[in-house]
Design a protein around this ligand. Sequence first.
Ligand code: ATP
Ligand code: MG
Length: 510
Amino acid sequence: MTALSQEETTAADPRAVDPYLQLEGITVRFPGVLALDQVSLGVRRGEVHGLMGENGAGKSTLLKVLSGVNHPEAGVLSLNGVEQQFATTKAAIEAGVAIIYQELHLVPELTVAENLMLGALPNRFGVLDEKALIKRAIHELDRLGEKIDPSMQVKHLSIGQRQMIEIGKALMRDARVIAFDEPTSSLSSRETEQLFRIIRALKAEGRAIVYVTHRMDEVYELCDRVTVFRDGRRIETFGDVDGLDRDRLISCMVGRSISDVYGYRARDVGAVQLDVKGLMGPGLSEPASFAARAGEIVGFFGLVGAGRSELMKLIYGAVKPTAGEVTLKGKRVQFATPRDAVRAGVALCPEDRKQEGIVTIASVSDNLNISCRRHFSRFNVLNGRKEAQTAKEYIAKLAIKTRSGDTAIGTLSGGNQQKVILSRWLAEEIDVFLMDEPTRGIDVGARSEIYGLLYGLAEAGRTVIVVSSDLAEVIGVADRVLVMKEGRITGDLPKAQATPDALIKLALPR
Ligand SMILES: Nc1ncnc2c1ncn2[C@@H]1O[C@H](COP(=O)(O)OP(=O)(O)OP(=O)(O)O)[C@@H](O)[C@H]1O
Ligand SMILES: [Mg+2]
């Protein structure tokens, strides 16, 4: 029985296999939160060790312990059998640990070479041989198959290329431990493939790789072992990823079994609510037309860059269309600004929710209640009680991990911040929701809750558009799937015909 053999792997003493990186009893506490609770974990040379777990489980905190940002109040961290104390991030870098954070820390205005130097440290005589170091980084990247011009300004590079520079930085110091925090969340599929190729090469060189992700497929594709965290504790380490059952992995993460993450509920649809005709603008190669009904969930599938987000922005009035019209409930509308759109009952929850603006020092409740509509309401009256109530409701509905509604949002984990921003929109009185990658960075348990909320909205007669690059998600939640490729709509399939093969065929460039 596979389940049994997995248990045995867990029970085995990790020290028996001599891991390069060893954590023992690591405990990190924030005010009111035990972020890591006596965590022990070993990462071997030449392995990709996946870390999974719900939002707020402690994954990023663990990475910050490795990088000297967070300081454990108890526990021991050793590298190659030697105990380490990372008082500063510099100490961690010098010891050969590199973290590739999700928000990359590069300066867009500087060149690749200058950015590479930012993280470099003087040698022990205090002298820095800049040229040699840059040469090394570029050489290392080149060797891994990524050609980057060192004189290029970083702002002209794609997210994927920027990530490669972070990796270059790690390699120019010959980091032995490289940890990635949800690295693929903003990458195109081609960039993801490139990243995986490089990670495999790093692994073959005997480096110890830590890989945080919410994407199940990535674990199966890339990881040798996977450790699941829950509430700051290491719950289990699975040694045989290939033989690991998906449902078992999910239930280990969320602490209960979810038989069907999507839990699709069929429903009757009403009249056309949103009608888009010949809409044209930046990012599209052909005028776009489609209609969506009241009570309908329409998926928009496509590769990153296919023009889906651009189309949403045109509908919403965030970008001015050059041609075409939008009809809402039979009335022709023309949104000069997003504010107009929200007033008329159309909301866009953008894919880049972090940039769209959370106020990090403001509370969860304030962030959740900053809504365009209330903001611009005629009377502009803030109803404190109602806001607190709304905050409480969504904190419970989406299991947002926060001490209370009054906690500063900046102290929440990445995924929990996402949930707050998503609630901001779900709490609105809106007829047409345009949701761009609504579950990015959100754990599998909460995703299931979010899908439930989307069905609820549709059942109440709202129209929900879900833009997603996650094939399983579009197929799982949508009543109908539209596909985009290279700036145009290439297909419109009812649920029964929306198979993975059919969708991929319509989405892939020739
Ligand atoms: N600087 C901080 N101050 C206060 N609390 C913090 C701080 N950093 C993290 N926490 C808390 O520690 C817990 C673990 O957070 P962490 O960021 O490690 O989660 P995570 O597993 O990375 O989640 P996600 O998948 O959402 O990114 C959360 O409850 C979070 O709110
Ligand atoms: Mg995190």
